[in-house]
Design a protein around this ligand. Structure first.
Ligand code: SER
Length: 317
């Protein structure tokens, strides 16, 4: 049966690229984009529905109207924004998920993708090659909400046979859309500032190593896990996923290979503390074994591609 896909949060950093890729694969009419923003903000063609995922009845109507089978539920507040708006973050990140999980429990849809994060780990978690199963004591609102979400996903799978799949995204880097509200977002801002100003003031300390991933890998992982046979998905909370790991100074040095005069300074703010609770690198053995995950981009390859593409984007503006 032809899948009909709904992407919730389709104007965000992941959603923007995911909609484009899904439409390439499944054709435009089978992929419905939706976001809380009004129609004027849409940056792509094709069917778009304005949707606040907390509005259960509108969500239900859209699912029925388009005969949706699969939902990619991406709408969430990220780490830095969540610290500033804790109530909204909990409400959106948890109740938004419930609304989608319940659609599957009641058999209105058959499959869900929902992303988790490296922020589900905390200061007591081993920081290097963080295992799939380990101490998880998140100390950010974002991490707490996503860890609770992971437990609910597994519960809905075990109890109600809900086919939900999830990966713990590392920090995501891409040139097609701007991120918003994350701690790892410095790794995107730095490219824009390097190309526009030749300098960047980083809000994390220079040696803060974090797990990161280039967007083509993240989009591929997202679609691969969702398209894998259900029997291969052994973990129904969320899979560890690794791409690369680097610190701000390592990224700055790599960028300086293309922009020799580039200078980066470091002025840590409240986000430093969030980053310090997170892993430095991730062990993603289970994803590799269960659904054949393999990243393609390392720091060198990602930087080359980012600079190349952003130069094209910026000269065409
Ligand atoms: N990229 C997220 C953030 O910084 C962490 O997963 O909020």
């Amino acid at each position: 049966m032809q899948q009909k896909i709904l992407v919730i949060g389709s104007l965000g950093q992941v959603g923007t690229e995911l909609v484009m890729k899904l439409r390439e694969i499944f054709s435009e009419e089978n992929v419905i984009a939706s976001d809380v923003k009004a129609h004027e903000d849409i940056i792509y063609e094709g069917v778009y529905e304005q949707l606040n995922v907390l509005d259960k009845s509108r969500l239900f109507d859209i699912v029925k109207k388009h005969k949706i089978t699969t939902v990619y539920h991406l709408a969430a507040l990220l780490s830095a924004t969540a610290e500033k708006k804790p109530d909204l973050a909990w409400d959106l990140n948890i109740n938004g998920l419930f609304n989608v999980l319940n659609l599957a429990k009641e058999k209105h849809i058959s499959k869900i993708f929902w992303p988790s994060t490296i922020a589900v780990f905390g200061s007591n978690t081993p920081k290097k090659l963080t295992p799939q199963y380990t101490i998880m004591e998140p100390n950010t609102i974002y991490g707490i909400s996503k860890q609770a979400g992971e437990r609910w996903c597994e519960y809905y799978h075990n109890k109600y046979d809900v086919d939900v799949r999830s990966i713990r995204y590392p920090g995501l880097i891409g040139y097609k859309s701007k991120p918003g509200g994350g701690t790892t977002d410095y790794a995107v801002d730095i490219f824009h500032e390097a190309l526009e100003q030749g300098r960047y003031s980083c809000f994390l300390k220079e040696n803060t190593t974090l797990p990161m991933m280039y967007m083509p890998d993240a989009i591929r992982a997202t679609i691969e896990i969702t398209e894998s046979a259900a029997s291969t998905i052994k973990i129904r909370s969320s899979y560890n996923l690794a791409g690369m790991s680097f610190s701000p100074v390592q990224l700055a040095d790599e960028i300086a290979k293309y922009i020799p005069d580039f200078s980066c300074t470091y002025q840590a703010d409240f986000r430093q503390q969030l980053a310090e609770g997170w892993p430095q690198s991730i062990d993603d053995t289970h994803a590799r074994k269960d659904w054949n995950w393999k990243p393609e981009y390392d720091l060198r390859k990602m930087t080359a591609d980012m600079i190349h593409n952003l130069q094209i984007v910026k000269t065409n503006v």
